[in-house]
Design a protein around this ligand. Structure first.
Ligand SMILES: [Zn+2]
Length: 328
């Protein structure tokens, strides 16, 4: 099975959960494994976040394959995959035969919901408490930091003290998704303690199952200026650093190495597009986007990287900063 097919299966987690259990209070679900959430106050502990699930009552968690394995008591990974293919493949509709159904009637998939523009606008504040914005000031100086923050519409979130929000604004200026992340204001590196410190705004708003398709971060900028070629990188941070130092391109980001797909590049049809994958992602990106008219996949990082760079897992932002003589 290709990584793409596996990811497609992983993304069907909400649909699978919806077919085997029911909602409890506060964006949680009744745990199909331990039954937490069926008590008199209906406070469940089973939660979906992206393509992962976790139950805070029984402590189990994982991806859709782990859940399927638990439910159907399949321990071998390959057997889980085979069963998942069976369960998910059928004509886009899922038939979890043999799965004990807690909820009998099938529920239609909820309509995708954009983020209200007012929610995004409300995040445009408190930059003195936004550690990513503070780091941008260190890198660019205040005027330019504010300029790029304004261009990309970087927000501030109270979800964690110091957190920022990267909004995905599409070519028609619709806010598709938002991603809350936490950075170190001195190094510009992601804070990964105590957890991954990434939260989707849909999830925070209790609409995790209503996310529209993702778009490139910075797509609104590409749509607004058709005179420049478009660079596509993995992280929002790399796009913003690129915009500050190499303004000959419009810089956009996929928001993750695995999220790049042809659908995302469609709004850029007819443009010159250069993909700059991070170290180690060249082959994957070449496979996904190579051969599309007007699209080049740059091997620049792979060519320039030393063994030490590879070991450190340097990304596009690191390279651009190093070229400018800036070290974290
Ligand atoms: Zn549980």
């Amino acid at each position: 099975m290709t990584e793409q097919a596996l990811q497609a299966i992983r993304e069907r987690l909400p649909e699978y959960v919806g077919s085997i259990t029911e909602r409890s209070k506060g964006g949680f679900w009744v745990c199909p494994l331990c039954g937490s959430g069926t008590g008199p106050n209906r406070s469940g502990a089973f939660r979906i976040q992206g393509d992962r699930w976790r139950c805070f009552s029984c402590g189990r968690g994982g991806d859709v394959l782990d859940l399927l394995g638990e439910i159907e008591q399949i321990t071998d990974f390959r057997d889980r995959l085979l069963r998942a293919e069976e369960v998910f493949r059928i004509d886009g509709r899922m038939r979890p035969t043999g799965v004990p159904m807690i909820r009998r009637e099938s529920k239609p998939k909820p309509e995708p919901s954009l983020i209200p523009e007012s929610v995004m606008r409300a995040s445009f504040k408190a930059y003195d408490q936004n550690t990513f914005a503070l780091w941008l000031v260190r890198v660019f100086g205040e005027p330019k930091a504010l300029e790029v923050a304004f261009m990309y519409g970087i927000g501030t979130s109270r979800h964690w003290p110091g957190a920022c929000v990267f909004w995905q604004i599409d070519e028609e200026w619709r806010v598709r998704r938002g991603k809350v992340m936490l950075y170190n204001s001195r190094t510009g590196r992601r804070v990964k303690e105590p957890g991954n410190m990434v939260a989707g705004v849909h999830w925070l708003l209790g609409m995790a199952d209503r996310k529209p398709e993702p778009c490139l971060f910075g797509l609104h900028l590409a749509a607004a200026d058709r005179s420049k070629p478009v660079a596509v990188v993995e992280s929002e941070k790399s796009a913003i650093i690129g915009a500050g130092f190499v303004p000959e391109f419009i810089w956009t980001a996929t928001g993750g190495s695995g999220t790049l797909n042809r659908e995302m590049l469609k709004p850029l049809q007819g443009r010159r597009v250069v993909l700059y994958p991070d170290l180690g992602a060249f082959d994957k990106w070449k496979e996904k986007a190579g051969g599309l008219p007007g699209v080049d996949v740059s091997g620049l990082l792979e060519q320039r990287a030393s063994a030490g760079d590879r070991a450190a897992g340097l990304d596009v932002a690191d390279f651009l900063l190093r070229e400018q003589g800036i070290t974290a």
